[in-house]
Design a protein around this ligand. Structure first.
Ligand code: TPP
Ligand code: SF4
Length: 464
């Protein structure tokens, strides 16, 4: 078969397509995003009607994929490592239901936090949920594991977790493809109660999962991907193995040639230094970005008129409001936490409590927090800075585009306190007046500054 030069992420996508994939379910997040983007662009996806639309969040992705597996078809779920925390409820339980059609979950870890808020190790999720896990060491293995992994998942009747890391996801190598398989046709489990996790059934299924661990270990020992090369007789002769745990290597961050060379007492001379013209510069919002206009007006009102304010932000381009010149935000914890933290702080007596969240993060996990606010008529001012895309991860579709006000009204926000503005310099006075009015309103108010991200706008213009 032909060899292609593929990113690790692309190797996964190509393998899934070649293995007869029926649907990819994902929410964008570095370093996993390119898997879904590759599937979206592949001609076979349209030809064979393979599901490929972005999901609202990782939990909905995992659940929809389990539904696809329920009907006997092959599904792929992709997310960055922190997405595993969002998907965990369904993911852990899917080990107990088991699967019908092959199901592979890709967790793309980001050691050294190149673009993440933590560097958790997703392999613990494999251990924790007691299912088999793959960890490829190169692009070809990533391809081979996914290609054969669907069949393996169907044979075991369990989902498979595959852990990637940034360097492998984002570097290229030649990958040999295998033959194209057709999609599975619809079929159902022989056990009509397989997916019903009522306690009586869940207890039984959990016992079965536990009893099957030896079988999984055997499969692991016989796997062509597990090789043991006798290095210097380390195992079994009492030679001390040095590494992260004894401090020889740092417990955090990724391993690289420099850190390993230092650990074994060798000097590793860099061949290519950083040219002197290259200067480190902190990331910043693009010139002309609507989030800038939002922060300029918001901080002017808050700093001058409400010195006791706090701003709870969220995760997206607008998190850069933490940096100068804005220095506008006081928190950024996890997707959706802006609204809920603002509510908790307001419950505790803070005034004004302001949340700043993007449109994609709002539909990912801000909506439920808004419902909590509405149910208690919390005194919070929520700014949904709507740039009509998921900009931070490269401009993917955003699940609520065109419907943000309707969603807020549907959740129960008083329509009089859902205020839409266009974040442009000429509207600054109007924006500041709206911010004042909504802060003064002691209930739930939502301000929606809406202007398309200039990067996606420019891309659309170029493609026209
Ligand atoms: C649980 C989780 N999933 C995915 C990500 C990756 N990620 C960071 S911000 C973001 C969405 C940003 O979109 P939006 O809130 O609309 O803000 P924008 O970047 O468009 O300003 C995503 C998907 C993450 N950090 N955490
Ligand atoms: S990519 Fe878009 S949303 Fe992000 S900073 Fe640039 S203009 Fe703003």
């Amino acid at each position: 078969m032909s060899k292609q030069l593929l990113l690790g992420d692309e190797a996964i996508a190509q393998a899934a397509l070649d293995a007869g994939l029926s649907g990819v379910y994902a929410y964008p997040g570095t370093p996993s995003t390119e898997i879904t983007e590759y599937i979206q662009m592949a001609p076979i996806t349209t030809e064979q009607n393979i599901h490929n639309r972005w999901c609202a969040n990782e939990k909905t992705a995992m659940e929809a994929a389990l539904g696809m597996s329920f009907v006997g078809k092959r599904a792929l779920v992709c997310m960055k490592h922190v997405g595993m925390n969002v998907a965990a409820d369904c993911f852990v339980n899917s080990a107990i239901t088991g699967v019908k059609g092959g199901l592979i979950v890709i967790a793309a870890d980001d050691p050294s936090m190149h673009s993440s808020q933590n560097e958790q190790d997703s392999r613990f999720y494999g251990d924790f949920s007691l299912i088999p896990m793959y960890e490829p060491s190169n692009q070809q293995e990533a391809y081979d594991m996914v290609y054969s992994g669907f069949e393996f998942s169907e044979k075991l009747g369990e989902p498979i977790l595959m852990r990637m890391v940034t360097r492998l996801a984002h570097s290229r190598s030649g990958v040999e493809r295998k033959e194209q398989k057709p999609q599975n046709s619809i079929s159902f489990s022989e056990d009509p109660r397989q997916f019903i996790l009522l306690p009586g059934n869940a207890r039984k299924r959990y016992k079965v999962l536990l009893a099957r661990q030896d079988e999984f270990i055997k499969a692991s020992e016989e796997s062509p991907y597990n090789k043991y090369t006798e290095l210097k007789g380390y195992l079994g002769i009492g030679v001390k193995v040095k590494g992260r745990l004894d401090g020889t290597l740092s417990q955090d961050g990724e391993l690289n040639p420099d850190s390993v060379a230092r650990a074994v007492g060798k000097e590793n001379k860099s061949e290519f230094g950083i040219p002197s013209v290259v200067e480190m510069r902190p990331p910043a919002l693009c010139e002309g970005c609507g989030h800038r206009d939002m922060y300029i007006t918001l901080t002017e009102v808050l700093k001058e008129e409400y010195p006791s304010h706090k701003v709870f932000s969220d995760i997206g381009c607008y998190t850069l409001g933490a940096n100068a010149p804005f220095n506008a935000i006081n928190s950024c914890v996890d997707m959706g936490a802006s609204i809920t933290m603002a509510k908790g702080a307001a419950d505790g007596g803070l005034f004004p409590a302001v949340a700043v969240i993007g449109d994609s993060t709002f539909t990912h996990s801000g909506m439920t927090g808004l419902l909590d606010c509405v149910n208690e008529n919390a005194s919070v001012t929520i700014v949904i800075s709507d740039n009509e895309t998921t900009a931070m991860t490269g401009g993917q579709d955003s699940a609520g585009t065109g419907r943000i006000e309707a969603i807020c009204a549907g959740i129960g926000v008083d329509p009089a306190h859902i205020r839409v503005v266009t974040p442009l310099k000429k509207n600054y006075e109007e924006m500041k007046q709206i911010i004042r009015e909504e802060i003064e309103y002691r209930g739930v108010s939502v301000i929606i500054p809406r202007r398309e991200c200039i990067q996606t706008l420019a891309r659309k213009k170029r493609s026209k």
